[in-house]
Design a protein around this ligand. Structure first.
Ligand SMILES: [Zn+2]
Length: 493
C-alpha cells in the first residue's frame, strides 16, 4: 500500500495564484543572474567518508543520507530522494523506511522500493546468518549492487571523467618536467581503466561493474598519494583564480567527479558500519520500505509569467526591505550586468515552461506533519528526528524549514535557488470555510516570509557581484563574471 498525504489539496484560486506567481519574479531574476555569471552554478559538496568521531546520532544521520543517496540514481535532479526512518505503533512496531523522490513515476518508485529493500536484505541476511561474512566480502557484494542500481548516473560520471582526464593529460604533456610526466602517466592509467561500453550495451555486466570498481580504487589510491593530490589541487586552484566557466575547468572537475565516484564506496562502508552498530535493533531485522508519490504541479498548473524588466522586479521590493535609494543602486548593478547577457537570460525565463514541484524533503516533512504522530520524536527510530536527503538542501528548502516550526533536522544547504520549487499543497483540516481560510492564510504567511528572504538574497547577490567585478577589473578573465563568495566552489576541501 502506497503512503498518501491525508486530506484534499486545494487548487489555487485566481488571487492566490497571482500571489504565487509574484513570488517567483525575484527568483527568476536571481536565476538569470546566476545564469549570466557563468561560474554561478555551485557544486554540491561531494559526500565524505564515514567520520569515526561522530556521535551515534551523527552516525545515524550519515546512514540515512547514504541510503537516500543510493536511491538517487539519475542525474539532473528528478531522483533526488529524501528518506526518514520511523518506528512506532503506526508502523506496527516495525522499522519503516519511507522515501520520496523529486519526480519519479509510480512504477519507478516501486522499483526503487524493491532495490532499497534488496540492499537492506543483504545486511539482514548477514545478521541472521549463523556464520557472518567478513566485512570485505559483504563490501564487495554491496558495492556491486549499489553500482548496478546507479549505472545511469555512474555512466555520466565516467564520460565526464574521461573527458577531463584527456584534457589534463594533454596539459601535462605540454610540460616535460618530471612532475608533469609522472602526473600524466597516472592520469592516463586511470583513463585506460574507464570502461568503453555504454549504458545501452549490457553495461550492468559483471565486467562493466568490475571496471567501475577498478576506477574507484584508483581514484582512492590517487587521493592517498600526496604528491599527485597536491599537483591536481594546485592546478584546480589556478583554474579557480582564473574564474573561468566551470565547464572548462578540467582539474577542478577531475577532483569533483573523483569524489562523486568515491561516494559509492563511502555509502557501502557506512551501511556496513551501521549494520554492526545497530545489529541488536530492528533497523536491519524487522523493517519495511515504502514511499510517497512524487509531487505534482496540480496545485496551480503551469505558471505563465507576463514579462517584467529587472527594473520592475526590483521596484516591487517592499520599502521595508529596500529603500528607494538602495533600489537605485541595485538598478545600477543590473545595468552593469547587461553587457554580460542579463536581459537575454531573463528573456529565456519567460519562454521556459514552469511547473514547480515540492522538493522531496518538503514532501516528506509535510506528510509526517499531517499523519498521526506528526514529527514527534517518539515516531522516529531512536527518537532521532531526522530527514536524510541525497543532496544538500537548496536555499529555498532551507528557508522554508527555518520559517516553519519543526524539530526535524536536515543536512546542510547549498547556496543555489531553483525556480522549479513550490510550497506544499494547501490542505485544510476540513472542507469548512473557516478551515479553508485558515489554511490559505497560513500558506500566504509562509510565502510572504519566503519572499522577504528571497528579496534580501537578490539585493545581496547584486551588490556582491558588483563589488566582485570592481575588485577584478584588472583580471584577464573579467568577461566571465563570478558571484564572489556566494557561489564559491563548495566541493574543493
Ligand atoms: Zn529544495
Amino acid at each position: 500500500m502506497v503512503l498518501e498525504n491525508p486530506g484534499t489539496a486545494v487548487r489555487l484560486g485566481p488571487s492566490l495564484k497571482k500571489r504565487a506567481q509574484n513570488f517567483y519574479y525575484p527568483i527568476l531574476l536571481l536565476d538569470s543572474i546566476q545564469d549570466c555569471c557563468q561560474q554561478a552554478v555551485a557544486r554540491k559538496a561531494a559526500d565524505s567518508p564515514h567520520n569515526p568521531n561522530q556521535t551515534p546520532e551523527g552516525d545515524f544521520h550519515t546512514f540515512v543520507n547514504k541510503l537516500a543517496h543510493i536511491c538517487d540514481s539519475r542525474p539532473r535532479g528528478d531522483t533526488i530522494t529524501a528518506l526518514a526512518v520511523l518506528q512506532d505503533e503506526s508502523t506496527g512496531g516495525k522499522v519503516l523506511y519511507v522515501f520520496v523522490s523529486n519526480s519519479r513515476k509510480r512504477q519507478n518508485l516501486l522499483k526503487t522500493k524493491d532495490d532499497l529493500t534488496a540492499v537492506l536484505n543483504i545486511l539482514k541476511a548477514n545478521l541472521e546468518a549463523k556464520e557472518k561474512e567478513p566485512d570485505d566480502v559483504l563490501f564487495k557484494r554491496l558495492l556491486r549492487m549499489v553500482l548496478r542500481l546507479n549505472t545511469v548516473r555512474v555512466q555520466t560520471y565516467l564520460a565526464a571523467l574521461a573527458k577531463d582526464l584527456a584534457a589534463c593529460t594533454k596539459a601535462c604533456n605540454a610540460d616535460p618536467s618530471p612532475e608533469n610526466q609522472t602526473a600524466s602517466k597516472a592520469l592516463n592509467d586511470l583513463l585506460q581503466l574507464i570502461p568503453k561500453t555504454t549504458a545501452d550495451s549490457g553495461q550492468t555486466s559483471d565486467s562493466f561493474i568490475s571496471s567501475v570498481i577498478s576506477c574507484i580504487q584508483t581514484v582512492q589510491r590517487y587521493r592517498q598519494t600526496p604528491s599527485l593530490q597536491n599537483f591536481i589541487k594546485r592546478h584546480a586552484a589556478k583554474e579557480d583564480k582564473m574564474r573561468k566557466n566551470v565547464k572548462s575547468c578540467p582539474w577542478s572537475n577531475l577532483h569533483h567527479i573523483g569524489g562523486r565516484l568515491l561516494s559509492y564506496q563511502y555509502d557501502v562502508e557506512t551501511l556496513i558500519s551501521a549494520h554492526h552498530m545497530w545489529e541488536d535493533s530492528d533497523l536491519f531485522r524487522d523493517f519495511e520500505v515504502n514511499f510517497l508519490d512524487s509531487s505534482t504541479n496540480s496545485m496551480s498548473g503551469s505558471l505563465n509569467f507576463p514579462k517584467l524588466t529587472p527594473e520592475s522586479i526590483i521596484d516591487a521590493i517592499p520599502a521595508n526591505t529596500c529603500t528607494t535609494r538602495e533600489k537605485k543602486t541595485l538598478i545600477q548593478c543590473v545595468n552593469e550586468l547587461r553587457p554580460f547577457g542579463l536581459d537575454e537570460s531573463l528573456e529565456m525565463q519567460w519562454k521556459r515552461r514552469h511547473d514547480p514541484i515540492v522538493h522531496a524533503e518538503m514532501m516528506l516533512h509535510d506528510w509526517l506533519s499531517r499523519t498521526p504522530g506528526g514529527v514527534r520524536n517518539e515516531r522516529f527510530f531512536g527518537g532521532w528526528q531526522y530527514i536524510g536527503v541525497s543532496k544538500p538542501l537548496c536555499r529555498l528548502c532551507r528557508y522554508y524549514f527555518n520559517i516553519i516550526p519543526t524539530p526535524v533536522q536536515f543536512r546542510d544547504s547549498h547556496p543555489n535557488t531553483y525556480p522549479n520549487w513550490r510550497l506544499p499543497d494547501i490542505r485544510p483540516r476540513s472542507t469548512s470555510a473557516k478551515d479553508t481560510q485558515e489554511a490559505n492564510e497560513e500558506w500566504l504567511e509562509i510565502m510572504d516570509q519566503m519572499k522577504a528572504r528571497v528579496y534580501l538574497d537578490l539585493r545581496r547577490v547584486l551588490v556582491e557581484k558588483t563589488t566582485d567585478r570592481k575588485m577584478n577589473d584588472s583580471n584577464t578573465y573579467t568577461d566571465k563574471l563570478s558571484l564572489a563568495g556566494l557561489f564559491m566552489n563548495l566541493e574543493l576541501e
